[in-house]
Design a protein around this ligand. Sequence first.
Ligand code: NDP
Ligand code: PYC
Length: 341
Amino acid sequence: MSEDLATISIDEARSLGQRLLLAAGYSQPHARTITDWVVRAQIDECHSHGLYRLISCCELIERGKVDPVATPHVEDRAPAIVRVDACKGISLQAFEAGLPVLAEKARNCGIAALAINNCFHFSALWPEAEMIADKGLVAIATTVSHAWVAPAGGSKPVFGTNPFSFGWPRPGKHPFVFDFATSAIARGDIELHRRTGTPLPQGTAIDADGAPTTDAEAAVDGAMLTFGGHKGSALSTMIELIAGPLIGDMTSAESIAFDDDAKVVPLHGELIIALDPASFAGQAMAADNLKRGEALFDAIEGQGARLPSARRYMARTRNQKSGTMPVKQNVLEELRTRAAR
Ligand code: NDP
Ligand code: PYC
């Protein structure tokens, strides 16, 4: 095990998460969902959105931002649109409340959208894409965050790290899922580098004078960069529009203004779209069409390339078998210190 990684049992992580969140003031349903999601992410060895995020969730209460007992409100807006108001709670309860309605609408209409509004959002998006794909539906999920990222050709933060996730069902196999920030690096990774004082990868950030930097502190004072230059910049703009104004929620610039230097995770909306293969092609054809997707995956893997999520699925298998998982040493120390208070 590398120097900065410790091991924790999955059971201990679950009970640590529940204890911390209940003691912080979250309701039982929020404590359960948040714990489930961060433990899932840690099992898949997604360090930036795993157990580390328990600290972010506690800070949200300590800095007076989140409603820790909010009950999401589901609103049937149109045959293919469901809206869930998270009422300034964490997004996850809202997603779980909206998911069955989204799936039913997608089956009825062929395509449906779930708009989550008014949610504090700290999590990775792949669990959502995976849960939708596990229902036999194609998934797209996207959200803004805080304005930390400069547009290509500029030097001042405008965009959030704006993640985009896609899920495709694969009968008998884990779904094909990808999930990434449209910034060159996720903010969570910058924070993890900042905690340990380790350099950022080249090409991910600029300092306050607009000069390239690998120093995480300087990046926080300056700006993060989009991935893929102008292409990531355009994608990030699209996400600002469809997960912001389209659904009547904040842009990343508005979210960071609302934050008012509290330095907590963002408050905004999320757009989730589900598509039903059977509605496009009929039940029998849909099965054939999904098999044609398999040929594509074979062509990718057949030449030694890997599919997105393959690393996660391998980590999941390994860690579920052992009942333990790796976690950053400094994160575990902080969680145990908080739990002992
Ligand atoms: P990564 O760069 O770590 O990974 C991006 C995706 O690419 C993953 O699906 C990953 O699969 C896949 N991938 C990585 N390397 C390869 C490879 N060599 N070949 C094929 N596929 C590959 O993601 P980010 O750091 O950009 O984002 C991390 C997380 O941060 C995401 O889960 C995202 O949702 C979250 N996030 C959340 C935000 C929020 O506002 N809530 C904001 C920004 C990010 P694998 O996992 O298997 O490696
Ligand atoms: O890692 O960029 C990020 C992020 C923002 C909000 C939650 N995670």
